[in-house]
Design a protein around this ligand. Structure first.
Ligand SMILES: Cc1cc2nc3c(=O)[nH]c(=O)nc-3n(C[C@H](O)[C@H](O)[C@H](O)COP(=O)(O)O)c2cc1C
Length: 257
């Protein structure tokens, strides 16, 4: 059945035209995004963060199960604590705003139900229902104590001997990779959006996750939820970027076979 859903082109009327894009402006956004470690003492308009989060939420994500959450830490007291949890690093300390990106391994089943609801409202093709009703629970459910994942691993191994077979996720560790992958794409959208709006960011993984979770309260205690990265947001200070952008040779990372 999966092969049908994946390979059969559905008979649908929906059309979406690709708009013209100014690729020079896009190139400018990409090339001017830098990790900023010192910010000007200047506020960031609320709309800038809201727009960036909206852009983050438009990132491609696995099975459209949106395993992310973006928490804007606005409360001055919590922000102070978060700076401390970010080891007091200047990128956090001098920043007007801080946003935490959470990757969630267990929120998929709620979104799955919401997706089925949306599909019903939109009179979606049968294949889409089958995907969310049958394939999604099979693919992402790991069962109590990961037992379902273990059984899947064995079945996948034998099936894989005969034909191309998706190999995972079959464990909580796989689910963590799964959630962080999509969340990181949202993170990149967030940073590029901030840059496109004339502001700057620094993504951070230099933090004490236990303390960050404490700052987030209930949100930080959600089972299966992990801190993917934390962003500082603001306007770069004159000394905010520590040097020219360094990347190794393209040939080292890009291979055509
Ligand atoms: C996941 C991740 C974690 C990072 N953590 C930190 C951090 O804790 N502190 C920091 O100053 N920069 C951090 N950075 C920024 C990187 O050091 C930076 O992206 C890299 O040096 C390249 O520089 P550029 O972003 O200006 O191109 C992080 C970047 C990523 C993607």
């Amino acid at each position: 059945m999966k092969e049908d859903i994946l390979t059969k082109i559905p008979d649908i009327d929906y059309r979406e035209a690709a708009p013209e894009i100014d690729d020079k402006e896009f190139d400018k956004v990409i090339r001017s995004r830098r990790s900023v470690r010192v910010y000007r003492d200047e506020p960031v308009p609320e709309e800038v963060i809201h727009k960036a989060v909206e852009h983050a939420l438009l990132a491609p994500n696995s099975s459209n199960l949106q395993p992310w959450r973006f928490v804007w830490v606005k409360s001055p007291q919590k922000k102070k604590e978060l700076v401390r949890a970010c080891l007091g690093q200047s990128a956090a300390r001098t920043a007007p705003e801080l946003v935490v990106a959470l990757a969630r391994t267990k929120s998929w089943s709620k979104v799955q139900k919401e997706m089925i609801h949306v599909l019903k409202e939109n009179d979606a093709p049968k294949g889409a229902f089958a995907y969310y009703e049958k394939i999604v629970p099979l693919a992402y459910g790991q069962g109590p104590f990961g037992l379902k994942g273990l059984i899947k691993k064995i079945v996948i191994f034998f099936r894989g001997l005969l034909k191309p077979t998706p190999r995972g996720p079959t464990s909580q560790a796989d689910m963590r990779v799964w959630a962080h992958k999509s969340t990181a794409l949202g993170c990149e959208n967030f940073m590029l959006s901030i840059r496109a709006q004339g502001y700057d960011t620094c993504p951070m993984e230099g933090f004490d996750e236990v303390r960050v979770r404490e700052v987030l309260g209930e949100l930080g205690q959600e089972k299966g939820s992990e801190v993917c990265m934390i962003f500082s947001v603001g306007k770069r200070a004159d000394n905010g970027i520590y040097g020219p952008q360094v990347r190794m040779k393209k040939e080292d990372f890009f291979i055509v076979i």
